[in-house]
Write a new protein. Structure first.
Length: 205
């Protein structure tokens, strides 16, 4: 009996074993995603944060991932201090995802660092890291695509699709996102969350 891949090419025994191993790895990833989705439904933020840290996410206790978030490959996700990730957000860790400090990510924002190459004959996936600087604000339902770097203090308008780098303190919007202004406050120092309580928690862990 011949075994073929999705393109109809015959597979050798070694290639068949490789495919089985890949499918097993995919199943484990789906189980991990399911567990992380359940964690995202826990209505106590400090418990969510502890469990996210145990899963491999590097997140300071002064930051919060609100309920309903979906996370891929948490070991590649890093979140600084005093940052907020809104409800229903998607954080993709299939490549490195770095989120700075005092970052405000609104509800249902999607941050991806893996996508299909539509020009490749096999429609293969390509990956590239995403970096979000300090004091960035990302509006509701914005989409950040692979390989993008968002500079300090930048503002991403609601519903924008960011396909290329955004400079420091730039305001962008639209599909694809384009510069529509500049932020007046170029020396931000605000906090998004209360400080004292989370400092105590951090010392306990």
């Amino acid at each position: 009996m011949k075994i073929t891949d999705k393109e109809g090419n015959n597979l050798s025994p070694i290639q068949t074993v490789d495919k089985v191993v890949q499918r097993g790895d995919q199943t484990l990833l789906e189980i991990e995603l399911f567990i992380l989705t359940l964690v995202g439904l826990i209505p106590i933020s400090i418990i969510r944060t502890i469990l996210y840290r145990l899963s491999g996410i590097k997140i300071d206790f002064s930051s919060i991932i609100n309920m309903g978030a979906r996370l891929y490959n948490p070991e590649n996700i890093s979140i600084g201090t005093d940052s907020v990730v809104g409800e229903g957000a998607i954080l993709d860790g299939r490549d490195k995802l770095t989120i700075g400090s005092h970052v405000d990510i609104a509800s249902q924002v999607m941050i991806y660092n893996s996508e299909h190459d539509i020009h490749d004959p096999t429609f293969k996936a390509t990956e590239a890291p995403v970096t979000i600087g300090d004091y960035v604000f990302i509006g509701p339902r914005a989409i950040i695509l692979p390989g993008v770097t968002i500079g300090k203090g930048a503002v991403i308008g609601a519903g924008a699709v960011v396909t290329k780098d955004v400079g420091q303190f730039e305001i962008v919007g639209g599909v694809p996102a384009k510069k529509i202004g500049e932020r007046k406050n170029t020396n931000p120092s605000y906090r998004l969350r209360r400080k004292d309580f989370f400092d105590v928690i951090s010392k306990l862990f």
